[in-house]
Design a protein around this ligand. Structure first.
Ligand SMILES: O=P(O)(O)OC[C@H]1O[C@H](OP(=O)(O)OP(=O)(O)O)[C@H](O)[C@@H]1O
Ligand SMILES: O=c1cc[nH]c(=O)[nH]1
Ligand SMILES: [Mg+2]
Length: 207
């Protein structure tokens, strides 16, 4: 699996704001939005483009547009904080939704919402979820996408545990990972260490 860690001082500073337990919800959401801009920008670097004729006020020239606008799939709740910025960066992108909450005892994902186009063949899909912990939620989301014919999936995350990266790679799915940091590991509650806590709660309050 191709993994791209976005190693940039501006990204690192925003991630630090998100890690800081003193950051209020609004500060956390703002940092996530701004960091998403950088992650999606990097994730789109190799996107397929096509040329088309365009007239400037001065002359005819050749323009560039995305050959295949992607589908953005935020994983609720935490991924919701990434979708507005990703859409702003890729205005032609569609948006689908997956809702999932981890069981606090088993740490298994419990799906509660699935709103996706029926046919994803030929469409690049960007899954937006800040946290990749055990990997269960991301692998389940990609299972849903692959079942609809997706063959080109990018997971755009903020923080991962090595176990989550390994689970994604072991899933055998056609996925690449774009991320700001791969952290040290998981604690006994399957929270990422040092991580940033519960990314859903830190944006929206307790569930
Ligand atoms: O890799 P995993 O072990 O599956 O954990 C990661 C998942 O946990 C978080 O969601 P959570 O279940 O807390 O739901 P929330 O976004 O509503 O808070 C996070 O946003 C991921 O979806
Ligand atoms: O550290 C973690 C792990 C799962 N989900 C989160 O929001 N944070
Ligand atoms: Mg949560």
């Amino acid at each position: 699996m191709q993994t791209h860690v976005v190693d940039h001082p501006l990204a690192a500073a925003l991630l630090t704001t998100m890690r800081d337990a003193r950051s209020e919800n609004a500060t956390f959401r703002s940092a996530l939005r701004r960091l998403t801009h950088m992650l999606v920008y990097e994730a789109m670097r190799d996107a397929e483009v096509e040329e088309f004729p365009v007239d400037t006020p001065v002359a005819a020239t050749t323009g560039i547009r995305l050959a295949k606008p992607p589908l953005l799939v935020p994983v609720l709740r935490a991924g919701l904080g990434m979708v507005e910025q990703a859409s702003a960066l890729i205005p032609s992108a569609g948006v689908g939704f997956v809702g999932m909450a981890r069981d606090e005892e088993t740490h298994q994902p419990v799906p509660y919402l699935e709103s996706l186009p029926a046919d994803l063949s030929g469409i690049p899909v960007f899954v937006l979820d800040p946290m990749l912990a055990t990997g269960g939620s991301m692998v389940h989301t990609i299972d849903l996408l692959v079942a609809r014919g997706a063959t080109d999936v990018t997971a755009v995350c903020v923080v991962a545990a090595p176990a989550g990266v390994d689970a994604l790679a072991a899933s055998g799915h056609p996925v690449r990972l774009v991320i700001a940091s791969i952290d040290d590991g998981l604690d006994e509650n399957a929270f990422i260490v040092p991580g940033l806590g519960d990314a859903g709660d830190r944006q929206f309050g307790p569930r």
